[in-house]
Write a protein that binds this ligand. Structure first.
Ligand code: BGC
Length: 477
């Protein structure tokens, strides 16, 4: 590789490095920020949102019922019916509807009317008998748990107003609206016999689903988390630590012998002030292009939506320095797809990461397919090296909230206690080595290799839907 290019690549890879000292400081900062978030009545950009979810009981696997779940949070809108069999098992029917890109930037009514229509199509197809009933008779309505995976200021189990959009959605007139009311309005308008009984974040769903299925044989499930298009986590907190809960709600729950509530941390917004998170000029570019500049700064270094965009920015920068793709003289000559934000996907990176084909021929094909970008062997070596550095930083950062929450709730307290963490999302499920690299960083953290060995990080498939159904079941509305 030419010496100047090699020097520049080493410099860039170096800027993505995180040593264990910095990781430990970030863990401490996370704990501090979480505590602030639990105390502060109004949420501030500087601290974790730590949103009370009004979920106060964790399933035990005996729950029974037929419920609907609808899941808006990433690239697809999923509608499911979930039959909870009461023995830790469930049957699931589902439809997956890609969300048209223009709807992500349309109006509240356009988006929610589309969501309601997809729920209607699903119910007609799988539960047609409900359509024959009198639509005004609410007792015939199927209960639905709405997984809405964006920051929401939740005011009860079935109401919450949108704080801000993330992950490429940008519909300003939804901010401040109660998303349950809006969805119910559109369902009623379209005469769909469905009642929205609960609102749940996908991480809350993941936590509940894992507790229902009882797959957590190795220990109590402490955290539900998502590493997919976005990232976030939820855990069960002692009521007295949630200082921002209004006194009347706190007293009411206490009088019912309730002593815990699930908290949606919204950890995507960890360290928005960039006190300790690593910052490269590529991170700054990605933030500028996002729908929520200055927010969700942790997510923008960790989750699937952003990893490819970081790499794309590095490549365009290297080209502008005359170090790669020299058949194109100016940036405006580069293939259109390489110049277009968000088109370099983390799925593509997962292939570059482990490509061991001769001359990286698999990478060559993927780059032609995805970006119409012809490459030399040397350029592909560069791309692989950069990919590995970006994913290593992401997975090491991903270990921080897990370690911090485990420490905060003292999850290892007791004799030889083991702890279960339920995870879901495309990155943690499909990105090669992501979970292993995350564990490497946990071993280097304050909990050390002993803690890492006692921690089980397992995929909770369909967790968010099953969890939303469990929330709807527990709702008495
Ligand atoms: C949202 C969270 C969500 C996470 C994973 C983030 O962008 O703010 O509410 O849980 O993505 O889907």
């Amino acid at each position: 590789m030419n010496a100047q290019l090699s020097k520049e690549i080493d410099k860039i890879c170096q800027s993505f490095e995180l040593d264990s000292n910095r990781l430990q400081q970030l863990v401490d900062l996370f704990i501090k920020s979480a505590e602030h978030g639990l105390n502060q009545k109004s949420s501030s950009k500087s601290y974790l949102p730590m949103i009370p979810t009004f979920v106060t009981s964790i399933p035990n696997g005996k729950e029974k019922g037929l419920l609907l779940a609808a899941d808006l949070g990433g690239t697809n809108f999923r509608v499911c019916s979930v039959k909870l069999n009461g023995d830790h098992t469930f049957d699931l029917k589902q439809s997956k509807n890609p969300i048209p890109v223009d709807l992500m930037k349309s109006t509240t009514d356009e988006l929610f009317s589309y969501l309601a229509s997809k729920i209607g199509t699903f119910v007609k197809q799988h539960h047609g008998e409900n359509f024959n009933s009198d639509n005004n008779d609410k007792s015939n309505h199927l209960k639905l748990g709405f997984t809405f995976s964006f920051p929401v200021d939740q005011t009860s189990l079935n109401s919450g107003t949108l704080i801000r959009w993330t992950k490429g959605f940008n519909i300003p007139d939804t901010v401040g609206k109660d998303v349950v009311k809006v969805l119910q309005y559109h369902l009623d308008e379209q005469k769909i016999p469905v009642h929205v009984a609960a609102l749940a974040n996908d991480t809350v769903g993941t936590l509940l689903a894992r507790s229902y299925t009882g797959e957590n044989k190795e220990g109590l499930t402490s955290i539900g988390c998502i590493f997919g298009t976005g990232t976030n986590g939820a855990y069960n907190e002692k009521l007295e630590n949630i200082k921002k809960l209004p006194t009347e709600i706190y007293n009411d729950l206490k009088s019912k012998d309730i002593d815990h509530m699930v908290i949606n941390t919204e950890w995507g917004s960890f360290d928005n002030d960039l006190e300790l998170l690593p910052v490269t000029k590529y991170d700054e570019e990605v933030d500028k292009l996002s729908v929520n500049p200055g927010y969700h700064m942790f997510e923008k270094r960790v989750s699937g939506m952003f990893l490819g965009e970081i790499l794309r920015n590095v490549l365009v920068d290297l080209h502008s320095q005359g170090l790669i793709f020299d058949q194109y003289s100016k940036t405006s000559d580069l293939p259109h797809r390489l110049r277009t934000p968000w088109l370099l996907s983390s799925e593509g990176m997962s292939l570059f990461e482990i490509d061991d084909s001769t001359k990286l021929i698999a990478t060559e094909l993927e780059l032609k397919n995805m970006l119409r970008l012809p490459t030399t062997y040397e350029e592909r070596l560069v791309i692989q090296k950069l990919t590995r550095s970006i994913s290593k930083r992401a997975s090491h950062l991903a270990s921080i909230p897990i370690t911090a929450l485990i420490m905060k709730i003292d999850a290892f307290k007791g004799h030889n206690v083991e702890v279960d963490v339920g995870v879901d999302g495309s990155v943690v499920e499909f990105y090669p080595g992501f979970r292993t690299m995350m564990r490497d960083a946990i071993a280097e953290s304050q909990v050390g290799s002993k803690g890492e060995r006692r921690l089980h990080i397992n995929i909770s498939k369909d967790g968010s839907s099953v969890g939303a159904a469990l929330c709807a079941l527990s709702s008495d509305i």
